[in-house]
Design a protein around this ligand. Structure first.
Ligand code: FES
Length: 181
């Protein structure tokens, strides 16, 4: 028998696709499409979730007490450190109306007013004014004019082992708080 004859009648089982095999191939293709769609969906969702949070830390060092002279010092973290005869406290500079940064208004000689709460005369060397809608806050952060609904909050202060003052903007303290050195 010649080789040609053999090839003509040659039956190749490798090329045969059975019905079951065909259905398996379709099934695999379908799974591939589903997998790809799931991956795309995951990537789309992942792309809108940031990897890094750019929020500033809530607790941070602001330097040694000697950095702060008597009175109020503004810091870029949007707060004031008040040094009153080496007793320190921190007041937020974020207006409680719509969040503008308040300005320091200094008075020399001191401005005098009568406290509505105690009826006593109070001398102030500074207060805080909001440039956006005119809210005004006393030296202790209490609001007395404008649309601001709440006083400026006071933040907790502590002293780090290296002697620097630490501000914790996550912890609001009352007006009796002082960091005494
Ligand atoms: S944001 Fe300060 S008064 Fe409106």
């Amino acid at each position: 028998m010649s080789e040609d004859k053999l090839n003509k009648n040659d039956y190749s089982p490798k090329l045969e696709i059975t019905r079951r095999g065909f259905l398996s191939l379709i099934g695999l293709g379908f799974l591939g499409v589903i997998g790809s769609l799931v991956l795309q969906g995951f990537s789309a969702v992942r792309s809108i979730i940031p990897n890094v949070l750019y929020e500033p830390p809530k607790k941070f060092k602001v330097g040694p007490p000697s950095r702060f002279s008597e009175g109020a010092t503004f810091l870029p973290e949007r707060l004031f450190i008040i040094n009153n005869n080496n007793e320190f406290h921190a007041i937020s500079a974020i207006c409680t109306h719509l969040g503008c940064t308040v300005n320091l208004a200094q008075y020399s000689p001191p401005k005098t007013y009568i406290s509505r709460r105690t009826g006593k005369t109070v001398d102030e060397t500074f207060e805080f004014h909001c440039p956006c809608h005119g809210s005004k806050y006393r030296e202790n952060g209490n609001v007395y004019a404008g649309p601001a609904p709440l006083p400026l909050p006071w933040y907790e202060l502590s002293l780090a082992p290296d002697g620097q003052i630490v501000v914790n903007t996550d912890k609001i303290v009352d007006h009796n708080f002082r960091l005494k050195l």
